[in-house]
Design a protein around this ligand. Structure first.
Ligand code: SF4
Ligand code: SF4
Length: 441
């Protein structure tokens, strides 16, 4: 029985646009742009130069620090440029461009196979590091780092995050239906590395087909072995159920302290997509060169879930989903609550992109911002127990340090406050601005 977390909202989900659409493979693109910073931490250092010929899965950049990641060629071809290029985060990032001549072999070959049971934890962590696995829930935190908590933080539980609480997105839902056994194998590797005896898979109750598929897979799986308990927890559909701290509260009734991390309460959270990527890395030696994304919205002719090579340019994908029924007025990478609006389609699909939502003029609310009427709704829904209206006043008056004292850095930018505000105050923008002022000093 799940517990309740504080606050939260119930936006319309629009998930039926794609939740019944099986994941399709997008065509291999002729060119990819691979930013050297598509993960949390320091940018990777390039190991190739312009003119080099690379094969799909070759390393093109190595980690440059403890929190960093390896990046691989996602197509075979020639390194045509290394330049600063736009990314979905709106930052211009040094990127490696690979162009195919059209006659290269683009197939992903199975590499060395490993039996996780016969491998040491160090070997498994090295595979995950060398094959560039990062969190696929959106944050893109290097997975080998997350799976190496300090000895002072003992971990007793793993939670796989299958909540997918953002409206419109369904690629995790589909993955749980189509690759349930493989996700469980990835989870078993995580369990082995962390040495835990208890794991949960949290899924919202608007994904009954995913819950059914995972339960079926769990029944026949050998990993539910004596001594290790794996349970599926059906969560209430409520945004932001999939945020780490809220998920831990809902599944374990543990509260991560302000400014703390899941490991402070003995827990590690991994996305279901990351568990699948770990499975492919360990069993088939496959680097993270492709991921699933949801392409959706009222403008899209054929909303769908696509498996795309990392670095594919969004404009090169348009034919894969049949183009547009009407002109998109807003393009959001990620979901509409936490995603980032884009100004152009010449951006690469990086490791952290879980979907692209194309919205029409009719979908966009155009109400004017007015003054705060002190209704308190933003306070009611903030899952971190913050007082967004007061924080907004401090940020407006450049009182950033007062906002810090009131906990603005605990805001994880879920957007629930802005969503409910009847005065249409862009509270989320104020939170982001205020946080940037105190976190960059
Ligand atoms: S965006 Fe920040 S302040 Fe607003 S509800 Fe979410 S956590 Fe709270
Ligand atoms: S929801 Fe909007 S109007 Fe209501 S208290 Fe918060 S900022 Fe003010």
């Amino acid at each position: 029985m799940p517990y309740k977390f504080y606050g939260g909202v119930h936006p319309a989900t629009f998930k039926t646009l794609t939740s019944d659409r099986p994941i399709k493979k997008a065509p291999v693109p002729k060119r990819v742009v691979l930013p050297l910073s598509q993960h949390v931490g320091s940018p990777s250092s390039p190991t190739v130069k312009v003119g080099d010929i690379v094969k799909v899965c070759d390393v093109i950049a190595k980690p440059s620090g403890f929190i960093s990641s390896t990046i691989h060629a996602t197509i075979s071809g020639t390194v045509s440029k290394i330049l600063y290029s736009p990314t979905p985060t709106q930052a211009r990032v040094l990127s490696v461009v690979i162009e195919s001549q059209g006659d290269e072999d683009q197939e992903v070959k199975s590499q060395e196979r490993k039996e996780p049971e016969a491998s040491s934890n160090e070997e498994l962590l090295n595979i995950i590091k060398d094959l560039g696995i990062v969190g696929l829930g959106g944050a893109a935190f290097p997975t080998h780092v997350k799976l190496s908590p300090p000895k002072t933080k003992p971990i007793d539980t793993v939670i796989l995050n299958g909540a997918e609480c953002e409206p419109y997105l369904t690629c995790d839902h589909r993955l749980m239906i189509e690759k349930s056994k493989e996700i469980l194998k990835g989870l078993s590797i995580i369990i082995k590395i962390l040495g835990v005896k208890s794991a949960y898979i949290g899924i919202e109750d608007n994904k009954l087909s995913a819950i059914y598929a995972m339960e079926k897979a769990l029944e026949v799986s050998r990993i539910n072995s004596p001594g290790v308990s794996i349970k599926i927890v059906t969560l209430k559909t409520k945004y932001p159920q999939g945020a780490e701290k809220q998920l831990i509260k809902s599944v374990l009734n543990r509260v991560v302290p302000a400014g703390g991390l899941p490991m402070d309460v003995g827990c590690i959270v991994q996305n279901v997509g990351t568990a699948f990527a770990i499975y492919e890395a360990v069993y088939f030696g496959k680097p993270l060169i492709e991921r699933n994304i949801t392409i959706t919205g009222t403008c899209v002719k054929e909303p769908m879930n696509l498996s795309v090579r990392i670095g594919t340019i969004l404009s090169d994908l348009v034919n894969s989903f049949g183009g547009f029924m009407k002109e998109p007025k807003k393009v959001i990478v990620g979901g509409p609550m936490m995603g980032i609006s884009q100004y152009a389609l010449d951006i690469p699909m990086t490791k952290g992109v879980s979907g692209v939502v194309f919205l029409s003029e009719n979908d966009i609310e155009k109400s004017e911002e007015s003054v705060c009427i002190r209704c308190g709704k933003c306070i009611e829904v903030c899952p971190m127990g913050l007082v967004p209206t007061t924080l907004m006043y401090h940020v407006k008056k450049d009182k950033f340090w007062e906002a810090k004292d009131l906990g603005i850095t605990n805001c994880f930018e879920c957007g629930a406050c802005a969503y409910v505000c009847p005065a249409k105050i862009p509270l989320l923008d104020y939170m982001k601005f205020g946080k940037s002022k105190v976190l960059t000093v």
